[in-house]
Design a protein around this ligand. Structure first.
Ligand code: UT7
Length: 306
């Protein structure tokens, strides 16, 4: 759905949306394409790319804030769609930081030795929780899904190892009213709509994202200039640019997909990873830094050697 179509729904323009957010288009799932349907397709593609079958996976962690149903977890519906009845599947809810939280969770399960191979999925149908009369929010979000596979392998325990090298996650519940959905099973029994104080979220995003990335870099002894690819959550091109600038990462090493997807919440980082792996930018052995910030507030980052 292009920006021009948006201007037929609310008082907005292609120029405003591009200038303020960098978004040019977003994708809207059809009625039959629920979060688990999108997530299962992403999972199949990730398994294919990894050369693995569902039998090789023993953990599914799905990051989503738009589950098909309040319960069961979307991850269990994806598990069923993949024909799996073994292993464990559950959801992680950290809104736009969901993928980083899900990756951190799966990584710790693998490190503990309890599980061997995990599908980490970000899948969202935010079009279902948008107020399509609120121009301040409806132009910004879209639907999508993407997934990665991580597998436990012995390593040297240094940053030369491949895989997830470090994760850092944070939250601060005091900021609930700046970004939330005004409905839920435990309050008014409604699905609700996304509400956001955009300017406030923007201000916190730049500070919090730089902070979590600096934390991850310090923990691994690296500098912004050591990173091959910076793959941030895709909410707003201006937030991405400001964060990259603060960290000293040049634009040529930043992956942008916000122009094509809008903000797909938990799906945005893995969609950007899939794009940059698919077009050959991210190569085996390179250092990839991901970060995200969302409702809660929640925020976090992860360093991966691809
Ligand atoms: O994923 C994590 C969650 N989300 C984010 O990270 C989003 C963070 N925030 C943002 O990306 C930006 O704050 C926005 C893109 C939401 C807004 O950009 P902004 O530069 O902060 O604009 P603003 O909210 O200060 O609004 C500027 C003007 C206002 O008009 P006045 O008061 O200056 O007359 C708004 O009413 O733009 C108006 N406006 C619009 N105009 C045309 C707000 N939405 C629209 C619109 N089209 N869609």
């Amino acid at each position: 759905m292009g920006n021009d179509e948006m201007s037929s729904l609310v008082d907005t323009s292609d120029e405003w949306i591009r200038q303020r957010s960098g978004i040019q288009r977003r994708h809207i799932a059809s009625e039959a394409e629920t979060t688990s349907v999108l997530g299962a397709e992403a999972a199949r593609q990730a398994l294919k790319a990894a050369g693995l079958a569902p039998d090789d996976i023993d953990l599914i962690v799905c990051a989503t804030s738009t589950p098909d149903l309040t319960f069961p977890a979307t991850a269990t519906q994806i598990q069923m769609a993949l024909g799996m009845s073994h292993g464990a599947a559950f959801d992680v809810q950290a809104v736009c930081s969901g993928f980083v939280f899900a990756l951190a969770t799966a990584d710790k399960f693998l490190i503990s030795g309890s599980h061997r191979s995990a599908l980490v999925i970000g899948s969202e149908t935010f079009s279902r929780i948008l107020d399509w009369t609120d121009r301040a929010t409806c132009v910004l979000f879209g639907d999508g899904a993407a997934a990665v596979v991580i597998t436990a392998e012995p390593g040297a325990g240094t940053i030369a190892d491949r895989g997830v090298l470090h994760t850092h996650i944070r939250s601060d519940g005091r900021h609930r009213d700046k970004l939330y959905v005004d409905g839920g099973p435990g309050s008014n029994g409604k699905v609700g709509h996304l509400r956001m104080e955009g300017r406030e979220v923007f201000k916190h995003a730049v500070v919090n994202l730089a902070d979590t990335v600096e934390h991850t870099l310090a923990a691994t002894g690296l500098k912004g200039s050591d990173i091959d690819w910076f793959v941030p959550h895709q909410a707003n091109k201006r937030i991405i640019d400001a964060t990259a600038h603060k960290l000293g990462v040049p634009e040529s090493r930043v992956v942008y997909t916000v122009q094509d997807h809008g903000n797909t919440s938990a799906a945005s980082i893995p969609l950007a990873l899939a794009t940059a792996v698919g077009d050959g930018r991210i190569q085996r052995g390179q250092l990839v830094l991901v970060e995200g910030m969302g409702g809660g507030f929640t925020w976090g980052s992860a360093l991966i050697r691809w």
